[in-house]
Design a protein around this ligand. Structure first.
Ligand code: CA
Ligand code: CA
Length: 389
């Protein structure tokens, strides 16, 4: 079953990359101009500390199509793994421990790019037990729901669901999926452009449409509504905020030619337009105009089909185990399993490199409570980023 699910997601992602493109054949496309392999990097900066040689340590295996991993504030040593079908399991220093923390398989439509896609814990989770999930419901639409954990924090308490966001999905693909709290304490959600290929209804540049946006909400304010933090997104499957600087690292899955990695310094300087579908990477995609109002931001890294087909955005490392790695941000590709990294300095990627690491079917990076980084393979394994011995 799992192999079928893996194949299904692989095919769906491949399709999302090109197979469903229904733009007229007369549209001309810019020739690829950059790849991460060929693009010249800026001159290397002086590194404050020697960087460690990196390796992957297996933390858990045998999971069913895991797509995300996260730690909760105030909890050392516990890790929450999101299974696409609709479960959250607790890793307590080893394999899944005890009963699922959450099981909403009955509410979730899973497969391809659909399913339970991420979890985020409230910054005051230790006190209030509140957590947030993003999933595709049985109608194929996006829901963001708040739950509360029980007193012992061993499971979600029954009857605590509070729906925060409901967005209809016109197509099965490009459902975004990431939830994360920003340095401002607001909950951010990444919304894809709705799907199909080429953003057929031009939703990503439509500021009145919630698809193709980075949205944010004050979950603590009574009656607060979602606002648009950024637009012009195709499928921001994974993003994160640097826990030290607050910088946003956001990867947007490309159409036919380029995968892109974006980064924004914190505090964010007004409304941002990430450019889709006018631009794919830094190349003109078609002749639809940009919507005015936002500041156009180009990706800081792109790569072409020679290097992969679906980017998985990551995190800046802020753990304690490898001080020399502090601030280095990682991303990878679902299809090729390749991992890259960079440092985000003065608005640009410095010291960019391809890592000597590979994770097949890389669905996500995630940050443990203490800041260590984890990588998730859709094949069922969670790895921790460690120093090579
Ligand atoms: Ca969709
Ligand atoms: Ca873009």
């Amino acid at each position: 079953m799992r192999l079928l699910a893996v194949l299904a997601l692989s095919l769906a992602l491949l399709a999302a990359c090109g197979g469903d493109d229904d733009r007229p054949a007369t549209v001309t496309r810019a020739e690829p101009t950059t790849t991460s392999e060929a693009a010249p990097d800026p001159p290397p900066e002086e590194e404050p500390r020697a960087e460690p040689e990196l390796a992957l340590e297996e933390v858990a295996s045998g999971l069913e199509s895991p797509v995300h991993v996260a730690g909760a504030p105030g909890e050392e040593g516990r890790l929450y793994v999101v299974e696409q079908a609709g479960r959250i399991l607790v890793l307590d220093g080893g394999g899944p421990a005890g009963e699922p923390f959450l099981d909403i398989r009955g509410d979730v439509a899973a497969g391809g790019e659909r399913g339970l896609l991420s979890v985020a814990f409230h910054p005051d989770y230790a006190e209030n037990g509140r957590l947030y999930v993003n999933y595709t419901n049985s109608d194929g639409d996006t829901r963001v729901v708040e739950y509360r954990a029980n007193e012992a924090r061993t499971a979600v308490a029954p009857g605590t669901a509070r729906e925060l966001l409901a967005v209809d999905q016109p197509y099965s693909n490009h459902n975004g999926g990431q939830l994360a709290f920003g340095p401002d304490g607001l909950l951010y959600v990444g919304m894809g452009d709705g799907g199909s290929g080429g953003d057929p209804e031009s939703r990503a540049q439509d500021l009145g449409d919630r698809l193709g946006k980075l949205l944010r909400l004050d979950v603590d304010a009574e009656g607060a509504d979602w606002e648009v933090a950024a637009y012009g997104l195709r499928n921001p499957w994974r993003f994160s905020f640097d826990r030290e600087t607050g910088d946003l690292h956001l990867a947007d899955v490309g159409q036919d030619a380029f995968e892109e990695v974006n980064a924004l310094p914190w505090p964010q300087d007004g409304l941002v337009n990430f450019g889709w579908p006018t631009f794919e990477g830094t190349s003109r995609f078609d002749d639809r105009p940009l919507t005015r109002g936002g500041r156009l931001v180009d990706p800081i890294r792109t790569y072409g089909r020679d290097a992969g087909c679906s980017v998985t955005g990551g995190f800046a490392y802020r753990g304690e185990a490898m001080p020399g790695l502090a601030g280095r941000a990682f991303y990878g590709d679902y299809c090729s399993g390749t991992i890259w990294s960079y440092r985000f300095v003065d608005g640009a990627a410095r010291g960019a490199r391809r890592e000597k690491l590979r994770v097949p079917l890389l669905t996500s990076f995630g940050e443990g409570t203490a800041g260590e980084l984890y990588l998730v393979s859709h094949q069922g394994t969670v790895f921790r980023l460690v120093e090579a011995r």
